[in-house]
Design a protein around this ligand. Structure first.
Ligand code: MCA
Ligand code: AMP
Length: 504
């Protein structure tokens, strides 16, 4: 039966004993082994009563089995909903409830805390640890390693990825089979990936970058991945001789440059270094070329759109730019107030349209309508311009967003938690330049005078409700927040005041 995403990424590898995942312990998982393992999980989902269109929330560590759950969902026609293992129970509560997930797969260490969370939302629970062991694998092991692929169309949903908003809670971006497949096909083509490629994969697999950009491309091209649990510079250097390409957020590149073992000789055979998810400093681009002779290829994307633009594979790769729109993607720069298209060189909001653009936010028609125009253009909230050579430059963000080491932090969400703490009158959370993470969150607090603020205790309390990466790296107390005549907090002034907080 047809299932375009399954057929293109997974089904075509049945019977192929070619390497797919090369693991740090020296083991290799072939394409065929991976597809068979995924089919067992698809049988397990079916055994649990899940049917086409049901959501499966997965909050587990990175492992080949975790990746097989993605393949299993596609094969069984289920909507894959990956979650950062760093999310707290209250964050998971929201995602499971909002998505109406029928199943939550979590780490065995979290099962006691998450069982009531899942039960409240009517979801079943299965476990998987970061080696793949758990109740789900125990069940899958008793089931066949083939599965009758569920019929799906290109417009059917394949995944939900949650992305926060400047107001309110996270929104589930609905991604169809066509969204994912069209983007993967384009990227394989423009970045010239083939089955001869070996990608160094050290990104998490619960976001667009590590899951769709990296993994879908390698599945489509038939190449292999050195599958590392997380970024570890020594391991990256150790495995580089086996690889042909690396994809990472800018922190990958600044950390590599920080190692004396990262040399031109080590990279001489490498075909491609790709960066995205956050701005790569032109300075990093330059230093990387000076050290290795390679020009990093920077591209630009979003959860809602997958990839929109890329620097060229052949042709000038310009530091400080994100290249030109990908084939099939239309991009324009618009006046934020009127939506009118601006002229070349003028700064405005980036809008994009194409087969990559998502289907809307799950059960949030108003939010969808506010960001996705009726004519199909998506309002990204990024500020940019198109230069005289047609290259796009992202110059800022119209949305109040901090990107720390490639993870998005929406200040509003952190401010709400800080404001709820006893002794806090109000707060403003800002992104401050950070040598390693690009930006890091800082909380500026105003006390209500009812008590002395114990910043250490406050940090610990905040960490109970928010994933660690969202927690302010520093808290400072001020008498009052700067406000304009309209009463709006002037975050630009706060950013200037604390610009050097992480320097030195
Ligand atoms: C970990 N921590 C962080 C971050 N990562 N804090 C702030 N920002 C971060 N990015 C915290 C942990 O909670 C922990 O806190 C402490 O730092 C050390 O954790 P560890 O895991 O050792 O950190 P790390 O290994 O040094 O990780 C940094 C990292 C990682 C390598 C930059 O965050 C990473 O792989 N980022 C990639 C994110 C990504 O894939 N983004 C793509 C989104 P504590 O000690 O307090 O417990 S997709 C996207 O944006 C679009 C579509 C696109 O264009 O790609
Ligand atoms: P997310 O929705 O988590 O996937 O984050 C998407 C956001 O990351 C975009 O809206 C941009 O603000 C930012 N982003 C991604 N790639 C780049 C890049 N190459 N340069 C600057 N910002 C980027």
């Amino acid at each position: 039966m047809p299932n375009p995403l399954y057929d293109a990424l997974f089904g075509r590898h049945i019977g192929q004993n070619t390497p797919f995942l090369i693991l740090p312990d020296g083991r290799t998982i072939t394409h065929d082994q991976f597809i068979r393992s995924a089919a067992r999980y698809a049988n397990a989902f079916s055994d649990k009563g899940l049917t086409a269109g049901d959501r499966v929330a997965v909050q587990v560590g990175k492992s080949p089995d975790a990746l097989a759950l993605y393949a299993a969902c596609v094969q069984a026609g289920l909507v894959f909903l990956p979650l950062n293992p760093g999310y707290t129970a209250s964050e998971v509560d929201y995602f499971v409830g909002n998505s109406g997930a029928r199943l939550l797969v979590c780490d065995p260490a979290d099962v006691t805390e998450l069982t009531p969370v899942a039960a409240a939302a009517g979801a079943a629970v299965e476990t998987m640890d970061n080696t793949g062991r758990g109740t789900l694998r125990d069940l899958a092991a008793t089931l066949p390693d083939t599965f009758d692929t569920v019929d799906r169309g290109a417009e059917d949903l394949a995944a939900f990825l949650y992305t926060s908003g400047t107001t309110g809670r996270s929104k589930g971006a609905m991604l169809s089979q066509r969204n994912l497949l069209s983007n993967a096909e384009t990227l394989v083509d423009v970045w010239q990936f083939t089955k001869a490629d070996v990608l160094l994969h050290a990104l998490p697999i619960f976001h667009t970058h590590g899951l769709f950009v990296a993994t879908n491309i390698m599945l489509l091209s038939g190449g292999a991945m050195v599958f590392l649990p997380k970024l570890d510079i020594d391991q990256l250097i150790r495995f580089m001789p086996q690889a042909t390409a690396l994809m990472g957020v800018p922190t990958f590149y600044t950390r590599l440059l920080g190692s004396d073992d990262f040399t031109a000789g080590l990279t001489a055979h490498m075909r491609l270094f790709i960066s995205g998810s956050a701005p790569l400093l032109a300075e990093t681009h330059k230093q990387f070329e000076e050290r290795t002779g390679h020009r990093i290829l920077e591209r630009y994307g979003m959860t809602e759109t997958n990839m929109n633009t890329s620097n060229p594979y052949d042709g000038p790769r310009r530091g400080g730019t994100v290249g030109t729109p990908l084939p099939g993607v239309e991009l324009k720069i618009c006046d934020p107030d009127t939506g009118e298209t601006l002229r070349q060189g003028e700064i405005g909001v980036v809008e994009v349209r194409g087969p990559n653009v998502f289907q809307g936010y799950w059960q949030m028609p108003e939010k969808t309508a506010a960001e996705l125009r009726a004519d199909g253009f998506f309002i990204t909230g990024d500020l940019g311009l198109i230069d005289e050579d047609g290259y796009v430059q992202i110059v800022g963000r119209g949305k109040d967003l901090i990107i720390s080491g490639g993870y998005n932090i929406y200040p509003k969400e952190v401010e709400q938690v800080l404001d709820d703490q006893p002794g806090v009158l109000e707060s403003a959370v800002i992104g401050v330049a950070h040598g390693d993470l690009g930006e890091a969150p800082v909380g500026v607090l105003v006390a209500d005078g009812s008590r002395d603020l114990d910043l250490e205790a406050l940090s610990q309390t905040v960490a109970q409700s928010l994933a660690r990466f969202k927690c302010p790296r520093k808290l400072v107390v001020v008498d009052a927040l700067p406000r304009n005549t309209m009463g709006k907090v002037q975050k630009n002034l706060l950013r200037e005041t604390y610009a050097d907080l992480f320097k030195g």
